[in-house]
Structure formats: C-alpha cells, structure tokens
Design a binder for this molecule. Structure first.
Ligand code: SF4
Length: 349
C-alpha cells in the first residue's frame, strides 16, 4: 500500500526515480510510466491507463492537476501564432508563444523570468521591471502547455519575457530536462538562448560548452546609441562584448546570431550599416533583421519597407550576412519585444 504524503506542486522537472519518491510509489517502473505520460502531455492521473486503477484514483484525488500553472488566456492570430497567458502557482502571470513558420515548423518561445530587469527601451517586457525569476519547472510547464496545442513543436527559443542568462541555472536545468532523449528529446541545436549581452552569462555558457544556439540582441553597433537603448551596455559596452563573443565563438565553434531590431530613422542609416559591418569583422555571425514590433506604450516606430530596403542594400554592399525576419505573432502582441502582462492576480495557494 502506497504511503499518504504531501503532494508536490508539479511533477515536471523530475526524473522517474524522483517522481516515484514524490508520489510514494512502491515500484520503480511506475515512476517511469508516470514520466512517460507527462511527456505525452496527459493532464490527469485517471488517463494513465497502465497504472492500477486504485493507484490512479488515489493520485487523482491527491493531485488533481499535474502542473503547478494553468492557462488563463489563449489568443491566436492569422499566422497561427498562439500566445498563452499562464498563471503560476503564486498568482504571477507569464506569457509564451507558439510560432509557426511558413514551412510549418513550430517553435515555442518561452519566458525565463516574470518581467525583466534589463529595461531595453524598445521592449514591452522591459517596462515591467523584474518581478521574479522562474524556476526550471515553470519554464518546462510553458513548453508543456504549448505542446498540448502543438505536440509536434520541434524548436525552442528563449525570447519571451526575461533575460535567460540572468536566470542561468534554472534555464539550463529546464533545457537539460527538455533535451532528455527519454523525454521531450528536443536537440540542443534546436534550442536558442537570446541575451541582451550579459557577458558573465555568455562566458558561463562557453564554459558549459553546451551546443545550444546563441542569439545576441545587438540592436545597434554604435556604442552611444546602444547605451541609450539598452542600460546593459553601460556595464558591458560593445568593446567588451566583442571579445566575449570571439571567445564564445572559439570555444563553441558554431555560427551565432546577432539580433538587430530596426527602429525607424534611428539605426538604419548608411553609417549604422558601416558600424555593423565593422562590429562583425572576425565574428562568424548572421544578422537577424527584425522590423520593430509596435507596442502602444513605447515611442519607437517601425521603418517603412523603403527604409528597410535602403538599409539592406547598404548591408549587401558591405557584405554583411543577414536574414530578414517576418514577424509572426504580432496579431496577438506575441512577437519579439511585445510580451508583457499588466498585473499579477492572486490565486490563493
Ligand atoms: S529585450 Fe530582452 S533583455 Fe531587453 S528588456 Fe526585453 S526581455 Fe529584457
């Protein structure tokens, strides 16, 4: 007979033997069975049909929800991008987004923090300030909620709310869990960590030598402009960021991405293109051009197509490798830099 015990908030993030202990299971293989159901997105113990019925019923009564969080709101735009507002166990709310490429590839855009301390002036999340870091299980659960909508989600980007490298160990724990080949089995090369340029975090990532993809929000290669846009640039200016990126590149040996949000009449001039060309010299990078996604409370504007075309012609002439990202998720305020929640609600634990 299984022991009566205090149930955990969630089973996500636990290995089979930990699940066995947490649920007071008597047989080790039952921990594995529960783990496998969790990965398949089952939401109730009663659906775990290979467990004995009395055990299922006991667990269902003791732990009616398998996740510590719940979906409060779902919004879908015309591209199929789906934004979820997720309420956490303490009442805080985070957002995550399912993005669908033109070729049908599904990517989960996850948050690593509630809000963000970095205060980038072009980003809605930056207006919230930092509420708190997310625990690994809270990051994993975002992926679980999105996989319930799209079980074939194959890629992950940490480009939601928060600076992932400022919550390093929880993000790495979540990645390790999601990567587990007996679990979700998402390849590390399909996971992208985006950072505003937190050098100690980039160094720690190099130390781990984890072959995830890195995306660095450069936004401008003009140091004064960057300080104006991104407070992080005061602590880690471009002349410190570049050697850190060269070191990272030498260790990891893989091409990485520089994110360049295009801001109307600000970072799209011929001089901006030249500075960008100078900055990437010696770096094996591709520049991802992202026309700014509007956010009502911010003063920036999206460049016109003509302005973008002139800028990309300059980049072509300078031999800067770039891609132009077509924004997905704008229709639900779920595109890059648009995530923010206005309030957190009490849920009473
Ligand atoms: S761009 Fe990223 S790091 Fe900057 S405020 Fe927004 S979420 Fe934070």
């Amino acid at each position: 007979m299984e022991k009566q015990m205090k149930m955990p908030k969630t089973l996500y993030g636990m290995k089979p033997n930990e699940i066995m202990g947490a649920l007071g299971l008597e047989k080790a293989f039952q921990g594995k069975q529960v783990y496998e159901w969790l990965i398949r997105g089952v939401t109730q113990f009663t659906e775990m049909t290979n467990l004995p019925k009395p055990l299922r019923e006991r667990l269902q009564t003791q732990m009616p929800s398998l996740t510590s969080s719940e979906v409060l709101d779902t919004q879908i735009d015309e591209t199929g991008a789906t934004k979820l507002a997720i309420q956490l166990h303490d009442g805080a709310v985070v957002e995550c987004v399912l993005l669908i490429d033109r070729d049908g590839r599904k990517t989960a855009c996850l948050s690593s923090q509630v809000g963000c301390a970095m205060g980038c002036s072009f980003c809605r999340t930056g207006t919230m300030g930092l509420v708190r870091d997310l625990k690994a299980f809270e990051i994993i659960e975002q992926f679980v909620h999105l996989c319930r909508i799209a079980p074939d989600t194959s890629h992950i980007v940490f480009m939601g709310m928060g600076e992932p490298l400022a919550n390093f160990s929880e993000v790495i724990q979540a990645i390790t869990y999601i990567h587990d080949k007996d679990g979700f089995d998402i390849g590390l090369r399909r996971i992208t960590i985006s950072t505003c340029g937190l050098i100690p975090g980039i160094e720690k990532l190099a130390e781990l030598n984890l072959p995830v993809r890195l995306a660095v929000s450069l936004i401008t290669a003009d140091n004064n402009q960057r300080t104006e846009l991104m407070p992080i640039n005061k602590a880690y200016p471009l002349d410190a960021l570049k050697p850190a990126l060269i070191h990272y590149q030498n260790v990891i040996g893989k091409r990485f991405t520089l994110e360049y949000v295009l801001l109307r009449d600000y970072n799209t001039s011929a001089q901006s293109a030249q500075k960008l060309a100078n900055f990437i010299r010696g770096l094996d990078v591709i520049v991802n051009l992202i026309p700014w996604n509007p956010a009502a409370e911010l003063d920036w504007e999206t460049p016109t197509n003509r302005e973008i075309a002139i800028f990309t012609r300059e980049l072509d002439a300078l031999g800067v490798p770039y891609t132009r990202r077509y924004s997905r998720g704008r229709g639900v305020n779920g595109a890059c830099g648009q995530l923010a929640v206005e309030h957190t609600t009490e849920r009473g634990l």
